[in-house]
Each structure stands twice: as structure tokens, then as C-alpha cells.
Design a protein around this ligand. Structure first.
Ligand code: NAD
Length: 372
């Protein structure tokens, strides 16, 4: 039986934390009020059984509203391993050639695409055509044109398209958004987003333009882009950007190593961000307003997310991001629940438009206008 207590324990929340933490916006936005759940369960097949796919699969074991029931992979041995680890029946296993047949499988509701970036576009179009809801990893596509096509295809097929923006459900992040909306920071003046890590193996797909679509910006810089938008609470109207490269052998033409970029917002607020594959320990957000500030470090890693504001330390519960994300996605799909920060295809297209503009600004050296 799914009691509230064992569910919360699954999420890694201690009873003590619950007693200390008032139920506020983040609690309303997630599953903490759930006593016992007997409603519909989102039956998910994961496509791409790599490192992040495995993390999502493990996190889903604690879900009550979503369940891993199928796999799509090109590697038969991985399928066998996942079948025994997660109790997945043979009839819910597919490969990249035959997964269109998922259309005839009444036991799968949604496919979660967790493959290299360049494959997302075509795979999402195929899943939509098969009539299943799609969850797609970030970056949703390589550019805004592909993103628009994916949104249109899912609309046409009458399926939902959601993107794995796990930070949109993270309690400490949501507390900053609540404080901003309540005016506690006053007028927002400035955001800084620093996102990066040192890319290791030069042979990995992340450093292959054909599969990654770019470099650090596609993979980790997107967190600073998306973060600037949800922390400031406005859409940028211009961007400037500068690229630096210390290792042109490892980071070939079209694979950015480090890009610094700046945004201007309609209110006059600005942002200054850094995306890199050349520095570790770079995972920090800072928001400054006329009346206060917020700081997160780490800000987008798997956690625990740590932070403070001018009022003191943030102490909202530490969650397993992917567990909460899948619980919330089930409610978005089945109940049309509206998340505090959107996670749909249109939201992802905005990030892709910004990425297009950043690459254009790097290439031309010009300030590029944005209409999101
Ligand atoms: P990974 O290399 O560990 O896994 C990719 C999987 O795709 C592998 O199982 C691989 O076999 C499979 N694959 C299918 N076709 C392939 C092909 N043609 N070439 C190479 N691999 C192919 O990568 P990952 O870290 O799991 O990243 C997958 C996606 O998830 C990326 O889009 C990435 O940006 C995203 N991601 C998101 C987060 C997050 O926190 N939201 C974290 C990590 C990765």
C-alpha cells in the first residue's frame, strides 16, 4: 500500500524535515499531499538506455503515478539486463527499427527519449506518429526549426510533448520563484548563471557535432539559459555572446568549449552567463534585486541543491529530481495540471531560439534581438 510516509521516505525526505518545513508553493506543486494513490499510472518506455536513462529508471522506482514498463534500445544485451532489473515484459521491448509498432501496444502511454541530442527530432516525430505521449530530454532539438516541427507533430497527433526540465520541480528553486513573485526581492536587476564541467573522453558523442549539435551550450549552457528565464521571470529581448577555445583539437569546429553570453530583459534587468566544457565546480546561480538576493550552488546538478537568500538559508526538502519530475509529468498528462514553470515543447523552443541567437551572436559579433 502506498502510504504518504513510505512514499515520502522513497523520495528521501525525513519526517523531521516535513515538521520543520511549512507546506507552501513547492508542496502544492508536487505530490507531498498524497495520502494514498489509486488513480491512473503513466506507463513509460525509455528510449536510450545510457547513463541518464539509467538514472531516470532508478528514480522511477519510487514513483506512484508513473512506472517504467518498456524499453527501446539498439543493444539486445542491455534490453535483457533492464528486463530482469525492472521486470519488463518481452512484449514491451523494441529496437530503433521497429519502435513505430509501439502504436499497437495498449500497455505503453508515453515514451521518454534519452538519446544523443541530434536523434531527438526524428525519434519524437516517430513516437508522436505512433500516438504516444512524448517526454524528451534537453536540448529538445538542435535548433528552433526542428523544435517547431516537433511541437506541430505532437499537436497534430494529439499527444503531449514534455521536456525533462527537472529543475522546474526542485523545491529550493521554486521557493526563489515564489519569493520573486511575492516581490520579496523587489525589482529584479541582475542574474548570473555559471554552468560547466570538464568534458573527459574526446571520443564521446557530446564532442561530436553530428550527434551533439554543438558543444557545451547544447549540453550544460542550456541550464543557464533556462535558469535566467525562470529566475528573472521574464523573456530576454537581446543577447550578446563571445566564444573562447583553448583546445581546438578536442573541441573541433562547431563544438563550443566555452561561451560567455549576456541577456537584456524588457524591465531593464540583465544577465551574464558562462557555459563551458573546460572547468569543473561551475554550477552557480545568483539573482539580485532592489530589496534582496538569492544564490544557489549547486544550482542545477543532481543535488542536493544548496542556497540562501537575504533572509537566510533555503531549507526546503531535498528531493530526487527525476522521481518528482515523473510524478508531476503523470499529472500534467492525465490531469492537465499546470506546472509553476512550463515544461512543454513551446518552453523548449524558446531555449532553442536563444541557442540559435547565441551561436549567431558568436559568429557575427553582433547583438542579436530576440522575440520569444
Ligand atoms: P549516454 O551516452 O550515456 O546515453 C545515450 C544512449 O543513447 C546510449 O545508451 C546509446 O547506446 C544510445 N544511442 C542510441 N543511438 C545512438 C547513436 N547513434 N550514437 C550514440 N548513442 C546512441 O548519454 P546520456 O548522458 O544518457 O544523455 C542522453 C540525453 O540525455 C542527452 O540528450 C542529454 O543531454 C540528456 N541528459 C539530460 C540530463 C538531465 O539532467 N536532464 C542529464 C544527462 C543527460
Amino acid at each position: 500500500m502506498n502510504t504518504r510516509r513510505n512514499f515520502l521516505q522513497n523520495l528521501g525526505l525525513s519526517t523531521l524535515m516535513l515538521q520543520l518545513t511549512p507546506l507552501n508553493s513547492w508542496a502544492e506543486s508536487n505530490i507531498l499531499t498524497n495520502e494514498r494513490y489509486d488513480g491512473p499510472v503513466l506507463r513509460v518506455a525509455i528510449m536510450g538506455l545510457g547513463s541518464y536513462g539509467s538514472r531516470v529508471a532508478d528514480a522511477m522506482q519510487a514513483c506512484t503515478r508513473a512506472k517504467l514498463v518498456g524499453v527501446i534500445s539498439g543493444t539486445p544485451s542491455k534490453i535483457k539486463d533492464w528486463q530482469s532489473k525492472y521486470n519488463i515484459p518481452e512484449k514491451n521491448c523494441y529496437n530503433y527499427q521497429n519502435f513505430d509498432q509501439i502504436r499497437n501496444n495498449p500497455n505503453i502511454d508515453a515514451v521518454y527519449v534519452i538519446t544523443p541530442n541530434a536523434l531527438h527530432h526524428n525519434q519524437v516525430l516517430r513516437v508522436a506518429k505512433a500516438g504516444k505521449h512524448v517526454i524528451c530530454e534537453k536540448p529538445m532539438a538542435l535548433n528552433a526549426k526542428e523544435g517547431h516541427e516537433m511541437v506541430d507533430a505532437c499537436k497534430k497527433a494529439k499527444v503531449k510533448l514534455l521536456v525533462g526540465y527537472r529543475m522546474h520541480f526542485e523545491p529550493r528553486t521554486l521557493e526563489i520563484i515564489r519569493m520573486r513573485n511575492a516581490g520579496e526581492f523587489g525589482r529584479i536587476l541582475f542574474f548570473q548563471g555559471l554552468c560547466g564541467f570538464r568534458a573527459g573522453d574526446p571520443a564521446q558523442w557530446r564532442l561530436n557535432k553530428q550527434l551533439a549539435g554543438g558543444g557545451s551550450m547544447m549540453d550544460i549552457g542550456i541550464y543557464a539559459i533556462n535558469g535566467a528565464r525562470y529566475m528573472v521571470g521574464e523573456e530576454p529581448v537581446w543577447v550578446t555572446a563571445q566564444e573562447t577555445k583553448t583546445d581546438p583539437i578536442k573541441f573541433k569546429e562547431g563544438v563550443d568549449e566555452t561561451i560567455q553570453f549576456q541577456f537584456g530583459f524588457p524591465s531593464g534587468a540583465t544577465a551574464s552567463c558562462l557555459s563551458t566544457y573546460n572547468m569543473n565546480n561551475l554550477d552557480k546561480f545568483f539573482l539580485n534585486g532592489e530589496k534582496g538576493f538569492a544564490e544557489l550552488q549547486p544550482s542545477t546538478g543532481y543535488g542536493p541543491i544548496q542556497g540562501k537568500t537575504h533572509k537566510g538559508a533555503l531549507n526546503q526538502p531535498i528531493t530526487v529530481h527525476q522521481t518528482v519530475q515523473m510524478e508531476e509529468m503523470a499529472q500534467i498528462i492525465f490531469e492537465n495540471k499546470k506546472p509553476i514553470v512550463p515544461i512543454d515543447g513551446e518552453e523548449a523552443v524558446k531555449d532553442l531560439k536563444i541557442i540559435d541567437a547565441i551561436y549567431l551572436a558568436v559568429k557575427t559579433g553582433n547583438k542579436v534581438g530576440l522575440k520569444l
